[in-house]
Design a protein around this ligand. Sequence first.
Ligand code: C5P
Ligand code: C5P
Ligand code: C5P
Length: 465
Amino acid sequence: MSLENDVRRAADIILDADSVTIISHIDADGISTEAILAQALTREGMAVDSVFVRQLEPMAMRHVPKDGSLKLFTDLGAGQQNLLEDHGLSSDEVLILDHHVGQPCGTTYPQVNSLDHGITRMSAAGIAYLVAKAIDPTAIDLAKLAVIGNVGDMMARENCGLVGPAREIVRDGVEYGNIIVQDHDLNCYGTSTRPVHVCLGYCDDPYIDGISNNTNAALRFLERLGVTLKNPRGGWLVWEELPFEDRRTIISALAQQLIAHGRETDRLLAETYIFPDESERTPLRNASEYATLLNACGRWAKPRTGSSICRGERGEAYRDAEHMLAHHRTVIRDLLQYILDTGVTELSHLQYVHTGDRFPDTIVGIGAGMALSKLNWKKPMMVLAAMVDEPEVTKVSMRTNEWALGRGVDLQKALVEAAAEIGGAGGGHRIAAGAFIPHDTEEEFVDSVNRILKRQFASADPDDC
Ligand code: C5P
Ligand code: C5P
Ligand code: C5P
């Protein structure tokens, strides 16, 4: 079946249901997915309830109600179909909308999975949007949420942004008027919220010698360029507020700085997505900061706050989210610092670190991704973390990059295989995957993943290992 047919069938299954329960993931993609579907269904006058889970695992299944509603599993489910079966769910009460690698079981559950159609750069929110649009073709206001989900799950390509069907979703948002695409924009976090020198000083990917990690030096650099940095009232301007010419001047000066230090310039620019309907100088103003705000809500156990924000609620929900965002960023910074200070243990084909119970299991994957670019980026990075509320279980997060994927690495396969050997469960994507394992099997597990990665590297390029 084509993607269009799968999407149409999903819309029809939903429209046939008396009531719907959405079971979604707690990250930016899961939250925006839920918000798209809940709004689309409410507009149709349908009864809809939502449940957020941090991962679909046996303990989480108790949150899935045993009632007559259609269970819509979103941004999860494809990799845990055996759990749905064990829970006694039949194929006529389940619909899966997901972009994770599927693990089929005896029951054939109806689903829309972008991977089934060879689409790797599309998140669950993108699929949810296509379904919402099949339900109501005028629902293109929701494209903005799909872009947030896609950006949150890092579906954009370096330099050219969202591609394929995810790009068509961007076009819907542009047509509706709540998305502005800026190509060749500065690839730094905080372009809508931070004074320009702070934004540059905090930017370390790409690492800009003399500017990264030094906001004072960044300020002097900008002053030398003679660009306007303050508004008439004396307040600092953010990047988004700078005149176009000044932005170009800064970008070329940064490119020269990178070249002068023998560094690549390809990470300096990115396509960004601005939301003109949101207040200026807030994290809601662009897709990347909006996604981080939603991640902060979800990872700190308040996904519903994130969902309310997606539906347009501001006021208290927004203030609450801003606090979580500030906290989230501090903890992520601490986590990265902890990993770098502690140092990783390098095995032949992976590097790992155990963060004990210092950081919540819901954020260690972010730390793994950030640490990878600062350490030996050729070796897949693993972080192990104790689960405070389930001491017998260890959470594992792994991240790798396009270079390793090109060499045959597939983290999803590696973790699924290694976890199965020791009675755990894993899943995810080739580039980013996770697992829960019994805590007394950690050593054996790490060795086993290392062995599997060795095999993967070797099978792609026998001469290289
Ligand atoms: O789980 P994943 O690796 O996607 O997490 C990435 C998330 O972490 C993104 O939402 C990203 O915006 C956020 N992040 C952050 N601060 C950074 C880097 C990433 O909050 N410096
Ligand atoms: O938790 P983390 O951010 O490391 O997850 C990376 C990817 O692995 C996500 O897509 C997540 O849904 C998936 N995962 C999984 N099963 C687990 C843990 C994570 O499928 N037990
Ligand atoms: O569960 P889940 O799908 O949310 O996990 C997505 C994770 O995969 C995020 O942490 C995201 O940062 C990571 N990812 C990545 N690089 C990509 C695509 C996804 O690190 N190209």
